[in-house]
Design a protein around this ligand. Structure first.
Ligand code: SF4
Ligand code: MG
Length: 334
């Protein structure tokens, strides 16, 4: 069957003409209905920008330079803002790392949720208020009828993220995009929010895209993992397989960077160096300056994303060697 969302060879560019810089350089991925697909990479990998393109929310100056995004059979990458508005919230919704910046600090939380029902679903004032409280109950906010009268700053970070989830789900979208939904939260609360998302996904038959820099966060909840580096997909496949036997040195590095949640403060074996500036992406494999396995061929020849096992792909010239030399799975996050 057709996936609910399909991204094909997407190119996102900053600026136009000769000075344009490609920030996303030919990304393809499928999101089958009812599944969770994780998009993983360090900041600057292009993962958030790809997600924003899926919502029609690209920042000013960033344009779709090629490829397409197809949502439920309809191409959406080049829709106008007016064409996007009815889709957002109803077809797909997004939650972000920092709920405080997405909420209006001067409006009571219940009223902000109720506004979604009034403005977008045509509910009466009273009905909207009731539905707001119901939706707060649904996302596990205790004493919801009273808490609806509180302001955003009176909520903890975890409770604010629950409010954002309630708002994102209020118009019953089919697809929820969560961009670093737990990155600003402490470890215990992270696990609670991930559990809530998994529950809601199950109960509503949602499809989810989970964007994260932390493979530990996605390891339990994702069906598929897509690893991005320097604006490209470098590895993809079923998460169980990718995490037990990664086929790209960058994925191996990300796994070694996962904090050990049973031993807080334990040292991390992070990947040395930084992701490249999009203006000066290294020739050959963009990861070669940081790759412990790099050799001459890597400095000149761009590795294509190619199949390495059923349903799996890697963009490393030496993927077969990597699979033979995998670290242990990252520890579970609870
Ligand atoms: Fe490392 Fe070369 Fe593979 Fe790139 S192609 S990930 S530099 S071994
Ligand atoms: Mg980001």
């Amino acid at each position: 069957p057709e996936p609910l969302l399909r991204v094909t060879d997407l190119r996102l560019s900053l600026g136009r003409g000769a000075g344009a810089v490609d920030l996303v350089r030919g990304v393809s991925l499928d999101v089958p209905a009812g599944t969770t697909v994780a998009v993983v990479g360090e900041s600057g990998s292009g993962k958030s920008l790809t997600a924003l393109a899926m919502m029609g929310l690209l920042p000013p100056g960033v344009t779709v330079g090629g490829g397409d995004i197809v949502l439920d059979g309809a191409p959406v990458a080049r829709l106008t803002e007016r064409q996007w508005q009815p889709l957002r919230g109803r077809e797909l919704s997004m939650i972000f790392q920092d709920p405080l910046s997405a909420l209006n600090p001067c409006i009571r939380v219940g009223d902000q949720i109720a506004e979604m029902f009034r403005r977008r679903a045509g509910a009466s004032r009273r009905e909207a208020r009731d539905r707001a409280v119901e939706s707060m109950v649904e996302v596990g906010i205790p004493d919801a009828a009273n808490r609806a009268r509180s302001y955003p700053h009176e909520f903890s970070g975890g409770m604010r993220q629950r409010v954002m989830i309630a708002m994102a789900l209020s118009l019953q979208p089919r697809l929820l995009i969560a961009d670093e939904p737990t990155t600003a939260l402490d470890v215990t609360v992270q696990a609670q929010i991930m559990r809530l998302l998994a529950e809601r996904k199950q109960a509503r038959g949602l499809t989810m895209i989970l964007i994260s820099h932390d493979l530990g966060v996605v390891s339990r909840s994702a069906d598929q993992v897509v690893v991005m580096y320097a604006g490209r997909v470098v590895e993809s496949g079923p998460s169980r397989d990718v995490l037990s036997r990664p086929a790209h040195p960058y994925t191996v590095g990300l796994m070694r960077s996962v904090p050990d949640r049973r031993r807080p403060g334990a040292t991390l074996e992070a990947i040395g160096g930084q992701p490249p500036d999009p203006r000066t992406v290294p020739a050959g494999c963009a990861f070669h300056p940081r790759c412990p396995m790099a050799r001459d061929r890597c400095r000149t020849e761009v590795p294509a994303l190619r199949p390495v096992a059923p349903a799996r792909a890697s963009a490393c010239h030496f993927a077969d060697e990597v699979v033979g030399d995998a670290p242990d799975r990252p520890s579970a996050d609870t």
